[in-house]
Write a protein that binds this ligand. Structure first.
Ligand code: MLT
Length: 206
C-alpha cells in the first residue's frame, strides 16, 4: 500500500474552549480552502477545536483533496494515496495538539474524502457528517465501522450527486457497521439553513 507519512498540509487549527466537545475536522469543497468551513464549524459546534486543512490537488486554480477524471469520476489511485496522506496529517495534528479523534465535517469533495477516510482509515475519525457526498469507490473496501456515527445530508435536486449514489454510500457505511442517519433535503448541491440545523443537532450527540 502506498502510505505516505507527510504532515505538510496548509491548515488552520483553532483550539477549542469546551473540552466536552469533539474536535471537528473541516474538509472544504472543490475551489475552497482552509478558511471556508470555519464559520460553519463555529456555528454548529461552539467551543470545539477546529482543524481545517487545504486540499493539495489543484484543478486549475481550485484546491481539492484528490484528483478526478471528470465530474463525479474519481482517480481512485490518487484518492487512496491522498486519503492516507490526510489520515497521517490528522494523526500528527492530534499528537501535536493533544486532540481526541475528530468528527469530520466535509462538504462535496471534502465529504467524499471523509467517506474515503472512514473506509480506509476508520481509526482516524470518531464519526463524520457528509454534506452532499458521493460514493468514493466503485468497489468499496470492507471496513470496521462499528461505533462510528455518520450523518449524510443529500439534496433532492443536487445536479452533481445522483440520489442512488448517495443511497449506495449510506448502505456501504451502514453495512460495515456505522450508525448512519441519511436525510434528503429539498435543496441542490449548496448548503441550506436546514443543513445547519440538522448538523448542529446531530453534533450534540458526537
Ligand atoms: C468531487 O469531485 O469530489 C465531486 O464531484 C464533488 C465536487 O467536488 O464537485
Amino acid at each position: 500500500m502506498d502510505t505516505i507519512a507527510t504532515t505538510d498540509f496548509i491548515h488552520v487549527y483553532e483550539p477549542g474552549t469546551d473540552t466536552d466537545r469533539r474536535p471537528l475536522l473541516l474538509l472544504h469543497g472543490t475551489g475552497g480552502d482552509e478558511s471556508d468551513l470555519l464559520g460553519l464549524g463555529r456555528m454548529v459546534a461552539p467551543g470545539a477545536s477546529l482543524l481545517s486543512p487545504r486540499g493539495k490537488v489543484l484543478e486549475g486554480a481550485m484546491p481539492r483533496f484528490f484528483r478526478r477524471l471528470s465530474e463525479g469520476v474519481f482517480d481512485e489511485d490518487d484518492l487512496r494515496r491522498r486519503t492516507h496522506e490526510l489520515a497521517d496529517f490528522v494523526n500528527w495534528a492530534r499528537e501535536r495538539h493533544g486532540l481526541a479523534a475528530p468528527v469530520a465535517v466535509g462538504f462535496s469533495n471534502g465529504a467524499n474524502i471523509a467517506a474515503s477516510l472512514l473506509l480506509l482509515r476508520p481509526e482516524v475519525l470518531a464519526g463524520a457528517a457528509l454534506l452532499r457526498a458521493m460514493s468514493p469507490f466503485a468497489k468499496p473496501p470492507q471496513a470496521q465501522l462499528a461505533g462510528k456515527r455518520v450523518l449524510i445530508l443529500s439534496g433532492a435536486m443536487d445536479p452533481i450527486v445522483p440520489a442512488d449514489d448517495a443511497e449506495r454510500l449510506a448502505h456501504t457505511l451502514s453495512s460495515n457497521g456505522a450508525t448512519v442517519d441519511h436525510r434528503v433535503l429539498p435543496s441542490g448541491h449548496g448548503l441550506s439553513q436546514p443543513d445547519i440545523g440538522l448538523l448542529k443537532g446531530w453534533l450534540m450527540g458526537a
